[in-house]
Design a protein around this ligand. Structure first.
Ligand code: PEP
Length: 251
């Protein structure tokens, strides 16, 4: 039985009050696709306004601190995200792994804290171009999964893994279908090794230059249970066709 697809937008460092109309529009048009879970992960400072602008629509953060509270200047806790109206958060995005030097241990701690607090989590993994070209992509990504997923299997649908090859993010490049299929199948196998049959219900999203023009093809690959979308999630006109593709395509 295929999993319900999740299409989540990552607004990164984009989004002002003037963009709330777009959040509203995305939330409104998403209602036409009840067979797909849709979410927008917006800058922390926009979460509360986005949640008010689009009640009953999933708004998320893009990072969370592993500690409950304390002396962590500039950081955001899971309770703060929930308090602002978020229901999910991204952890371990490659831009944070790179610029903020986050490692698998940090990502695992963040995911565990977020899940224990009641947030859903999209946990990102992905290889860089050198690793891909040297033939080590599967081994590297499965290693990241192993080291960064929570120790205990979370409740159903709370955790999603986003496979995001770094070289495909924001570049317009997308792996070949067989490369996505190979990676998602390897991730699925490792989830089942770790969590038993519960690992079958963890959604595996693909992320990296997903657009209306390639979404159908990507969603028809086995074990692709949705997408994490950056640039094409900023406007309803680009994002909703991706949601529509998720609603109609079958592996
Ligand atoms: C991302 O950064 O998570 C992402 C997938 O970006 P884009 O869709 O712009 O490649």
């Amino acid at each position: 039985m295929p999993l319900k697809k999740l299409v989540a937008g990552n607004w990164k460092m984009h989004g002002l009050s003037s963009d709330l109309a777009e959040v509203r529009e995305i939330a409104k048009e998403s209602r036409d696709y009840p067979t797909v879970d849709v979410a927008l992960c917006v800058p922390a400072i926009l979460i509360e306004r986005a949640a008010r602008a689009a009640p009953d629509f999933a708004i998320g953060g893009q990072d969370v601190h592993e500690a409950e509270k304390g002396a962590h200047t500039g950081c955001i806790s899971a309770q703060m995200l929930l308090d602002a109206g978020a229901s999910l958060t991204i952890v371990g995005h490659s831009e944070r792994r790179d610029a903020q030097r986050e490692n698998d241990r940090d990502v695992k701690a963040k995911a565990e804290t977020a899940l224990a607090s009641g947030l859903n989590v999209i946990l990102c993994v992905g290889e860089n171009l050198d690793v891909r070209e040297q033939g080590g992509a599967v081994q590297t990504v499965v290693g990241q999964v192993d080291a960064s997923i929570p120790g205990e299997c979370p409740e159903q649908a709370q955790l999603a893994i986003a496979y995001e090859p770094i070289w495909a993010i924001g570049t317009g490049k997308v792996p070949a279908n067989r490369e996505i299929a190979e990676m998602h199948s390897a991730i699925r196998k490792r989830l089942v090794d770790r969590y038993g049959s519960a690992g079958e219900s963890v959604r595996i999203l693909y992320g990296g230059s997903v657009k209306p023009s390639n979404a159908n093809e990507i969603f028809s690959i086995a074990d692709v249970d949705g997408a994490l979308v950056g640039g094409a999630s900023l406007k309803a006109a680009d994002f909703i066709p991706i949601v529509a593709a998720a609603a109609t395509s079958t592996p």
